[in-house]
Ligand binder design. Structure first.
Ligand code: ZN
Length: 340
């Protein structure tokens, strides 16, 4: 099945939105845009070959200009710029997610409870405001930066009780710091366990996980009743790190490849005389291969969701990934999971 065509956005499926890169013209798989991607707002956004189905997030507060000028990231500015980008292929808009403090070297779970709750309440206020002012409120996902199980229970219940049934959380911010990498992953799934605990009471909810979604956690996310996710690994690894994804979810430097067997749509193209050479010299080739591998995972996940075998698929893939911390994440969610 060609994975780059005819994306129908069913609500019962798991959707992955990759980072948008102009060089990947012609790939029609879903992408994530930032509210301030103004360069697309003109001719591009109207053309499905340029901008396919997409999710518009509320910007990276941890990178410039917002790390220096947080005042550029207000609930009003986020929504108004998102609405300039919005078209009939927009699947979701993430409302303003407020970080805990401005020092992104200290993970959320290490901040004082009062500070964490203040940030979450500000995010909830932004979501409620957007609910009243948005042209298409049905697209909104209430965005949060949440770092503990109990904070998740608290704020997600508050959102559900305010009739906000589409939630979103940012993940992976502290995985950029080596000493927190593993704990950051665990915290991500503690938060998702909190979400799952509430699902028995509040059915029909949807959840978008922003960041923290490398290939080897996609099954875990779907198992955790996450309905969509965005991530940059497939694109960034190919572009910046010269790496290609293997079928078992590992990243390998293209330089180091001697033999290569891949039956992804890109590598098995008829005009692909020398795939290895191509992957070594072309960042675009690496990214296209990586995107196809990610889409194959997504398709397999959606088969499993349709057949109610997502737990089996997750265990099978985790065995292949061979990562202890990911098994811990699985155990955390399985304990609280109330909806299959
Ligand atoms: Zn390939």
């Amino acid at each position: 099945m060609p994975v780059s065509q005819n994306h129908t956005m069913s609500r019962s499926q798991f959707h992955f939105y990759r980072t948008f890169v102009p060089a990947l013209h012609g790939l029609k798989d879903p992408v994530v845009l930032s509210f301030d991607d103004a360069s697309f707002a003109k001719a591009r956004a109207a053309d499905p070959a340029e901008i396919p189905h997409h999710f518009i997030h509320s910007g990276n507060f941890f990178s410039p200009p917002y790390s220096k000028k947080p005042e550029l990231r207000t609930k009003e500015r986020v929504l108004s710029l998102q609405e300039k980008l919005m078209n009939d292929r927009t699947d979701g808009l993430m409302t303003l997610n407020v970080p805990v403090g401005s020092d992104f070297k200290v993970p959320y779970w290490k901040h004082a409870k009062a500070d964490r709750l203040r940030a979450l309440e500000t995010s909830l206020e932004a979501a409620l405001w957007a609910g009243e002012h948005a042209q298409r409120p049905e697209l909104l996902y209430a965005g949060f930066e949440v770092g503990t199980f109990h904070d998740a229970l608290h704020i997600f219940a508050r959102a559900f009780n305010a009739d906000f049934m589409q939630l979103s959380a940012g993940f992976g911010v502290f995985s950029r710091i080596a000493k927190f990498r593993s704990e950051d992953r665990i915290k991500q799934f503690e938060v998702l366990a909190g979400y799952n605990q509430l699902l028995g009471e509040f059915g029909g909810a949807r959840f978008h996980a922003s960041g923290g979604s490398s290939l080897n956690v996609l099954e875990l996310l779907a198992f955790a009743n996450v309905t969509s996710a965005d991530g940059s690994t497939a694109v960034i690894a190919g572009l910046a790190y010269g790496s290609v994804l293997t079928a078992s979810g590992r990243l390998v430097k293209a330089d180091k490849i001697t033999e290569w067997t891949c039956d992804c749509e890109f590598c098995s193209r008829k005009d692909m005389a020398d795939t290895v050479r191509n992957l070594k010299r072309s960042s675009e080739a690496r990214v296209r291969h990586n995107v196809h591998i990610t889409r194959l995972s997504e398709a397999r996940i959606n088969d499993a969701l349709a057949n109610n075998t997502i737990a089996e698929l997750t265990e099978e893939r985790l065995a292949e990934y061979g990562r202890k911390d990911l098994w811990r994440c699985y155990a955390l969610v399985r304990k609280k999971r109330t909806r299959s």
